[in-house]
Design a protein around this ligand. Structure first.
Ligand code: GLN
Length: 196
């Protein structure tokens, strides 16, 4: 069985575990770096990226997370998690993990529309998916090696690069688990290839 971790320092952790389990995989809340050895893939949840970064440093997660990514193990960043994955953050000199070849802008949908839902067309899904956006970032620029999976109002809101997946919205906050399922499939494929 696949085990998928959710970085459990801050943010929407339980909801992701519920979604992982709904997809038939086991979910593990990862609170210590050693636990990364027990998971086949990892979700970086939504929350607040600067707070999450502070906790990543406090609990010595930075190098183990970079190592996890360097091994090609799948990572999925949602909302703040996308910001953590990004190579570049608009208006900031410092990226966090800096592995996903995109430039993101934080809180980029404006103050009047702090939170909203939108029906999204997502590559790989046959029917539209309702995306829940909460003070969401969007992807300003995607590198050549990045596949754009979804746009909303001309803005990139989901993208994939090899074993890295990122989205602006919160796929774990509805009962529609198809986006989590896309990640579970990436993890499954990677695990099978790693065995061969
Ligand atoms: N605005 C948050 C940030 O910049 C992200 C919000 C979220 O994850 N829902 O980190």
């Amino acid at each position: 069985m696949l085990t998928i971790g959710v970085l459990g320092l801050q943010g929407a952790v339980r909801e992701h575990i519920r979604s992982i389990e709904a997809c038939g995989a086991a979910g593990l809340v990862v609170k210590r770096p050693e636990q990364l050895n027990e998971v086949d893939g990892l979700i970086l949840p939504g929350g607040e990226s600067t707070t999450m970064r502070r906790l990543i440093d406090t609990y010595h997660f930075m190098d183990p997370l970079r190592e996890f990514a360097a091994q090609g193990k799948p990572l999925f960043g949602t909302c703040a998690g996308l910001i953590i994955l990004a190579k570049e953050i608009q208006g900031s000199d410092n990226a966090h993990l800096g592995v996903l070849n995109v430039k993101v802008e934080r809180n980029s949908f404006g103050r009047q529309v702090d939170s909203f839902e939108a029906d999204l067309t997502i590559e790989g899904l046959a029917e539209p998916f309702t995306g829940v956006f909460i003070r969401a970032p969007h992807i300003l620029e995607a590198g050549e090696d990045v596949e754009v999976l979804s746009e909303h109002g001309g803005r990139i809101v989901a993208a994939k690069q090899d074993n890295l997946l990122g989205c602006s919205f919160h796929p774990e906050l509805t009962d529609d688990h198809r986006v989590t399922e896309l990640f579970v499939q990436m993890v499954e494929k990677h695990k099978q290839e790693a065995v061969v």
